[in-house]
Design a protein around this ligand. Structure first.
Ligand SMILES: Cc1cc2nc3c(=O)[nH]c(=O)nc-3n(C[C@H](O)[C@H](O)[C@H](O)COP(=O)(O)OP(=O)(O)OC[C@H]3O[C@@H](n4cnc5c(N)ncnc54)[C@H](O)[C@@H]3O)c2cc1C
Length: 431
């Protein structure tokens, strides 16, 4: 039984099917428990929020990709390690207990929230399709309302967007939202400079992941596009119509994105197993110590980094997908097929797409910025999306966007409640 259909769980299920089929093993049933019937390609969520890519193109249908897997569309609420059962719930069924022989825990992570008054009520994250769609619609709705507003103070608030978190996800998000707002401004006759974007982070630098030189380049490009960047600053309070920064500045706004990092999925804390930095402790074979039938990987697990002794692998898709392959191998070995192997992967760098005509990347330590990085970033994502039909749709979207502006129509599909951290990501109110 695999819990979670993200990079690690999806890859594990797919590889395990292939490995078992190759060995003619027909007596193994693979059950995948997941709240959604898709695998979400999260690295393109900023493009969804920016209205560039249709949300359907970044979700990979499990029924189509994993036809041999028994899909249980439900949430794992708890695990009884002694009885070897998982209790699952869904909107449409009463809680059920499912039995397993081998358990793979890959429920990923959720947005890390801090004890900031008003945060859960007034900010939204960027981990789910609902959140990405909501941010797009919220920006367009506020811009539309601003156009009909007589009070200059209120108009300014509606035309202000605050993004908290300047690592790659937050930076990509603000670049895409800026591009969406610029498209709106051009089409609706608004001066681009009247739409204010503010990027905050407690760190001293933006995107520490790409190093100082590329980070400086990113700062320069974002500033040239009119994004204000305040480092060593975060929020101390949020209300319906303004936020207060830690330096005391009051910024009137109705649109706040909170992209400050992640912590292990809530279900992990029900397991009573050792954790490190919010993630389940596992050994290099991705086994939970003391439980030979239980495996974990991806953002949910503190996987030892064999290329950097003493450290754990960062929570990235690059590692989660590869750990999925090791999971498949080691679960198969535990079932008597093949031999187990430790997880070892040296980080290959990052690609960061920063909206119109610009990206930065450091593949294999080679620093790239501008158009070459843009080509690498788009080629990489198109290749890495794990299904042909999605790749095709994304490629066509990029080509279309090269000759026509991104669409602005509001669909009004996601309510503020549906995009909240509680409903969208399943974060309990007391966390
Ligand atoms: C906006 C954004 C951009 C990113 N860009 C990049 C990038 O460019 N490069 C990169 O390497 N990484 C990137 N990442 C990080 C990457 O998305 C994660 O590291 C990766 O998704 C982790 O994979 P995972 O399988 O551990 O978890 P996820 O992919 O998060 O999957 C977890 C799965 O578990 C399910 N689940 C959760 N709880 C339960 C439960 N109780 N029961 C059943 N199922 C459950 C979820 O619904 C989901 O299907 C980005 C992340 C974000 C948010």
């Amino acid at each position: 039984m695999i819990v979670g259909s993200g990079f690690a769980g999806f890859t594990c299920a797919r590889r395990l099917c292939r490995t078992l089929a190759r060995r003619g093993e027909r007596d193994v049933e693979i059950v995948l428990v997941t709240p959604n019937d898709y695998m979400l390609y999260t690295p393109l969520l900023p493009d969804v929020a920016g209205g560039l890519i249709d949300p359907r193109f970044v979700v990979i249908s499990l029924a189509d990709s994993l036809p041999k897997v028994r899909l249980v569309v439900a949430t794992a609420e708890s695990v009884d390690l002694a009885k070897k059962t998982v209790t699952v719930t869904s909107q449409h069924h009463a809680p059920r207990e499912l039995s397993y022989d081998k358990l793979v825990l890959t429920p990923g992570s959720v947005t890390r929230l801090f004890d900031v008054p008003g945060l859960a009520e007034h900010a939204r994250g960027l981990k789910t399709v609902a959140e990405a769609l909501y941010l797009r619609e919220q920006l367009l709705r506020q811009l539309e309302l601003a156009d009909h507003e007589d009070d200059p103070e209120v108009r300014r608030a509606r035309r202000t967007v605050v993004v908290v978190g300047a690592s790659y996800a937050g930076t990509e998000l603000i670049a895409q939202l800026r591009a969406l707002a610029d498209t709106y401004a051009d089409r609706r006759g608004v001066d681009r400079s009247e739409i204010r974007f503010l990027l905050l982070d407690t760190a001293e630098r933006v995107m520490p992941e790409v190093g100082e030189k590329l980070g400086d380049k990113v700062l320069e490009v974002l500033r040239a596009r009119g994004v204000e960047i305040r480092l060593e600053t975060t929020l101390s309070e949020l209300t319906e119509d303004h936020v207060v920064l830690t330096d005391g500045t009051v910024v009137p706004t109705h649109t706040v994105a909170w992209v400050t990092g992640v912590t292990g999925a809530p279900v992990l804390s029900t397991l009573d197993l050792p954790m490190e930095r919010g993630r389940l402790v596992v050994d290099e074979y991705l086994r939970v110590p003391g439980h030979p039938d239980v495996f974990a990987a991806g953002d949910a697990a503190a996987v030892p980094d064999l290329t950097a002794p003493g450290q754990i692998t960062p929570p990235t898709a690059q590692h989660a997908g590869r750990q999925g392959r090791t999971l498949a191998r080691n679960v198969a070995a535990a079932l008597g097929v093949g031999a187990a192997a430790p997880y070892k992967h040296k980080d290959m760098g990052l690609v960061v797409d920063l909206g119109p005509g610009f990206a930065v990347a450091n593949p294999l330590g080679i620093r790239l910025a501008g158009l070459p990085a843009k080509i690498v970033a788009r080629a990489y994502h198109t290749y890495a999306v794990p299904r042909g039909v999605n790749r095709w749709a994304i490629t066509l979207t990029y080509l279309t966007n090269a000759v026509t502006p991104r669409p602005l129509s509001m669909l009004g599909l996601v309510s503020p409640e549906e995009a909240s951290f509680g409903v969208s990501e399943g974060i309990p109110a007391d966390r």
